[in-house]
Design a protein around this ligand. Structure first.
Ligand code: PLP
Length: 340
């Protein structure tokens, strides 16, 4: 099977497993796991923030980041297709009393005019007050799109002096860095807190890191434990993250090239399904209308796994376990099904 449902499906490679087996460990709830500590410090330094917290999932990193800035009953603004509002099962509301309002952008981008119209830092006794804004970079359900740095900087200027905080869901922030050449730290410098995933394109089996100010991260550490996310010899997993940061960042360019190639092959076979020029990173959205379910089923029969992520939208994501040859083969299968 060629599995393009997500970049989370990668398996740890033999050298990554060797790094995990060799990890120096301790009890992380006591703050004594040297490898987890090293990972947290490294990611914080890479992103130019004071401190980091290693978490099981990107969802947990977002939950802890948003919780830090948004008190119960206050609101978070984000784009309508954001992972935070679509794919975290209502955690921010269910656990932390966070309400949300959204703007919509077809490519998941920051829309400054829309944000300006929504943001209400001090809405008084009748309306909900805005406490934070979350931005996703790259944007998953919008097709791996990259946020423009100058738009983010304008967003920062727009909330200057209002007390409204900015959180970056950077599950695929390194994809943005590799696609544009803008260092992840530059994107991260715009935000009060940032979450990044090690288990997406970077290929670690488990783990994300939340970075932000030291006092905020210290409190997030307590909330992580409160939510049942304290862990003990986490260094075994942190070692995979460190290995991924050493070996799997620059190679994301290969995934991007494969995604573009897949889009070209599929669009040649079934014109209009995807604009190859719209593929910015490792995610391809195929606009297939009422053929979505049939495409997924027939591709599966032919050995290719893809998923439906919206009405008529089939998503495929390239990753380090699928090379150029397999990517091409998958594209040919998808093209053949769509041109039948
Ligand atoms: C995958 C993802 C996350 C985190 O997902 P988990 O499965 O909880 O690790 C967060 N944000 C975005 C944009 C993602 O794609």
């Amino acid at each position: 099977m060629i599995d393009l449902r997500s970049d989370t499906v990668t398996r740890p490679s033999p050298p990554m497993l060797a790094a995990m087996a060799a990890a120096d460990t301790g009890d992380d709830v006591y703050g004594e796991d040297p490898t987890a500590n090293a990972l947290e410090q490294r990611v914080a330094a890479m992103l130019g923030h004071e401190a980091g917290l290693f978490t099981t999932t990107g969802s947990l990193a977002n939950i802890l980041g948003v919780r830090a800035w948004v008190a119960p009953g206050k609101e978070l603004l984000c784009e309508a297709q954001a992972h935070i509002v679509r794919a975290e099962l209502g955690a921010h509301a269910a656990l932390n009393g966070v309400t949300t309002r959204t703007w919509f952008h077809p490519r998941g981008k920051v829309d400054l005019a829309a944000v300006r119209a929504l943001v209400a830092p001090d809405a008084g006794p009748y309306l909900v007050s805005t406490a934070a804004i979350a931005v996703e970079n790259t944007h998953n359900f919008a097709g791996g799109t990259v946020q423009a740095l100058d738009e983010l900087t304008s967003l920062r200027q727009a909330v200057h002096g209002t007390g409204v905080r900015l959180h970056l869901d950077g599950a695929r922030l390194w994809n943005a860095q590799v696609a544009t050449g803008v260092p992840a730290a530059e994107y991260a410098s715009v935000f009060d807190s940032v979450s990044v995933c090690l288990s997406k394109g970077l290929g670690a089996p488990v783990g994300s890191v939340l970075v932000g100010p030291a006092d905020m991260i210290a409190e997030a550490r307590q909330w992580r434990k409160r939510l049942g996310g304290g862990w003990r010899q986490a260094g075994v997993l942190a070692a995979a993250g460190l290995y991924a940061l050493d070996h799997h960042v620059d190679r994301l360019a290969e995934d991007h090239a494969h995604a573009r190639m897949v889009a070209e092959v599929v669009n040649d076979a079934a014109p209009g399904v995807v604009d190859p020029a719209s593929v910015e990173t490792n995610i391809v959205l195929l606009n297939v209308g009422d053929r979505a379910e049939r495409l997924v089923a027939e591709a599966r029969e032919a050995g290719v796994l893809v998923g439906v992520v919206g009405p008529g939208i089939v998503r495929l994501i390239t990753h380090l376990d699928v090379g150029a040859g397999e990517s091409r083969k998958a594209a040919e299968v998808l093209g053949a099904v769509l041109s039948r």
